[in-house]
Design a protein around this ligand. Structure first.
Ligand code: CMP
Length: 137
């Protein structure tokens, strides 16, 4: 059993596809261990994406992530980190495999509908960024 942090990004909440995204995860056998809809501040988004602070898209990305509500969730299941990323598809939806979440719902490389932790090390930082251990069940 492994846990990963996933986010339905502001483009996903705006398009009203929260349920459709969660259905992809549940239909693949993953369980929601925690979930909430929140509005990130610019500072919240900068903290979450701190690892990307030197990238040219950092400012634009954190503007976007704080532009509307997001749904943050912890998904659990076997090989969750890798499998959830497979369900999401490539970062750039133009390169995402047919049937993946990003191929079906994302607009572009920034407004790409979902986030998923990219490694166990990232998940170990990202899950407690949004949830206390009491909120995981
Ligand atoms: P995510 O999986 O949340 O991790 C980092 C995010 O940075 C990524 O999804 C994209 O939303 C964004 N991103 C990655 N590459 C680019 C890029 N070239 N231009 C703009 N945003 C990007």
């Amino acid at each position: 059993m492994e846990r990963t942090l996933s986010i339905v990004k502001p483009d996903g909440t705006k398009k009203n596809v929260i349920g459709k995204v969660i259905d992809r995860f549940e239909s693949a056998g993953f369980r929601v261990a925690a979930m909430k809809k929140i509005q990130l501040s610019k500072e919240d988004a900068k903290g979450f994406y701190f690892v990307h602070r030197d990238r040219p898209f950092y400012d634009e990305l954190t503007d976007f992530m704080s532009s509307g509500p997001v749904v943050v969730m912890v998904l659990e299941g076997e090989n969750a980190i890798l499998k959830v990323r497979e369900l999401m598809g490539s970062t750039n939806p133009a390169e995402a495999a047919p049937g993946t979440i990003r191929a079906d719902f994302a607009s572009n490389v920034q407004q790409n509908t979902v986030h998923g932790s990219d490694s166990p090390e990232s998940a170990a930082i990202e899950i407690p960024y949004f949830f206390s251990s009491l909120e995981l069940c």
